[in-house]
Write a protein that binds this ligand. Structure first.
Ligand code: HGY
Ligand code: MN
Ligand code: MN
Length: 399
């Protein structure tokens, strides 16, 4: 826990609780500096790629590398472990391997991906999507944060030239296998009484922005009958999402963010933006839920005289991790549990391109994306040891 303790004061959010550390903001840049210093102290050579991801190489960079790591950014008011635990465990695994006299027989790197949560610019797994070509660089450059700062400007301020954004086949070719350790975002390992597990799948999931437009007006002088208030279809949308999702087994629909404009207490909003997160076992089920919610929202908007535009902001198809790698890791760790997850990860993006696996560390609360997210020191240590064992197996001399 010492490395996590080192950064425990970075990006705390007194208003929300927990942490708010977002792509290229002050807190995340401080964490990047911290990571670079810790990696350098371990004799790793740190470089940034053209998409804002950090790579710390143990020895010469090369193709077919064994790569581990995660992200340092958080959701607004997030927990201490989602992301950083994968980065600190990777550094601790390097320490453990060194203490065992291990030297990688293959190129070896620890990676920190940019803006995994999409908490500032709205598109999750920004750095890994750009690297793999899953996100158009022009669209990425134009993404803006709630204050209107573009990703291009934020990257430039962080010393990264946004003109360089885009698919990076050379960086991708350097990844022979990727293993991400992550705090479990659920109670699977708690219920199985196991400190560490291996992932086998990620739900399909996406994010859609519903923009409702009405007529801004005065809260006091506008008769109820004369209003075109977009907040009403917005409220109905939240309830319809919660109702309609239950038509699809295992699907999840969430509205966690609603932004009225202008947002005055005594002002009828002119527009309301509602963000919808939907997840399900596959594309068909996910899109069935989104289509049903969209149809209901269109009806409600029409009925209230409001306009509606719906924008798909990101989409990730369901992921099944490399079965051979999954089984190799689970067996190598003595037969640890294999678990699905409903949470997206950079590992999910890379899984379409290179053999990828995830290790989970038990979270006694089962809660994530909230300050209550937790992992016990003993389980974090077990995770770091498991990661070291996995990396030794993958990066060791051919047996
Ligand atoms: O939203 C997710 O599933 C992940 O935590 N980025
Ligand atoms: Mn997360
Ligand atoms: Mn995460």
């Amino acid at each position: 826990m010492t490395l996590l303790d080192d950064i425990a004061g970075v990006g705390t959010d007194p208003a929300r609780g927990g942490y708010s550390r977002h792509g290229f903001d002050t807190a995340e840049l401080e964490l990047r500096e911290w990571f670079s210093a810790e990696a350098t102290r371990r004799g790793l050579d740190v470089t940034g790629d053209r998409n804002g991801n950090l790579w710390a190489w143990w020895g010469e960079p090369g193709d077919g590398a064994v790569v581990t790591g995660s992200h340092l950014d958080s959701v607004p008011g997030g927990g201490a472990f989602d992301g950083p635990l994968g980065v600190t465990s990777a550094l601790e695994a390097v320490d453990l391997l060194r203490s065992r006299g291990f030297r990688p027989a293959k190129p070896f790197a620890v990676v920190v991906f940019a803006e995994e949560e999409g908490g500032r610019f709205g598109v999750p797994c920004l750095g890994s999507r750009l690297l793999t070509g899953a996100l158009d660089p022009d669209r990425a450059r134009r993404l803006t944060d709630p204050a209107g700062t573009t990703l291009a400007d934020a990257a430039r301020a962080a010393g990264i030239d946004p003109a360089g954004f885009g698919a990076d086949p050379a960086a991708l070719a350097r990844i022979g296998v990727f293993v991400e350790l992550h705090v479990e975002q659920g109670r699977g390992l708690v219920d199985l009484a196991a400190p560490v597990g291996v992932a086998d799948s990620i739900l399909a999931h996406g994010r859609w922005r519903f923009s409702l437009s009405g007529q801004g007006n005065h809260a006091g002088t506008t008769l109820m009958a004369d209003r075109v208030d977009p907040m009403l279809p917005a409220a109905r949308l939240v309830l319809d999402a919660n109702r309609l999702v239950s038509d699809v087994e295992g699907a999840r629909a969430t509205v966690g963010r609603i932004v009225p404009t202008p947002g005055g207490t005594n002002v009828i909003a002119s527009t309301v933006d509602v963000w919808l997160d939907v997840r399900a076992d596959d594309d068909e089920r996910t899109r069935a839920v989104v289509d049903a919610i969209t149809a209901a929202a269109a009806d409600t908007a029409r009925g209230s005289g409001c306009g509606l535009t719906v924008t798909e902001e990101s989409y990730s198809t369901a992921v099944t991790f490399d079965a051979a790698l999954r089984d190799r890791l689970a067996a190598g760790l003595g037969g640890v549990p294999v678990l699905p997850t409903g949470a997206g990860h950079d590992a999910g993006v890379l899984a379409a391109h290179v053999p990828t696996a995830m290790l989970f560390v038990r979270n006694p609360t089962g809660i994530s994306h909230a300050p209550a997210e937790h992992a016990e020191p003993g389980d974090c240590a077990a995770g770091a040891v498991a990661l070291a064992d996995v990396l030794a197996d993958l990066a060791g001399p051919a047996s």
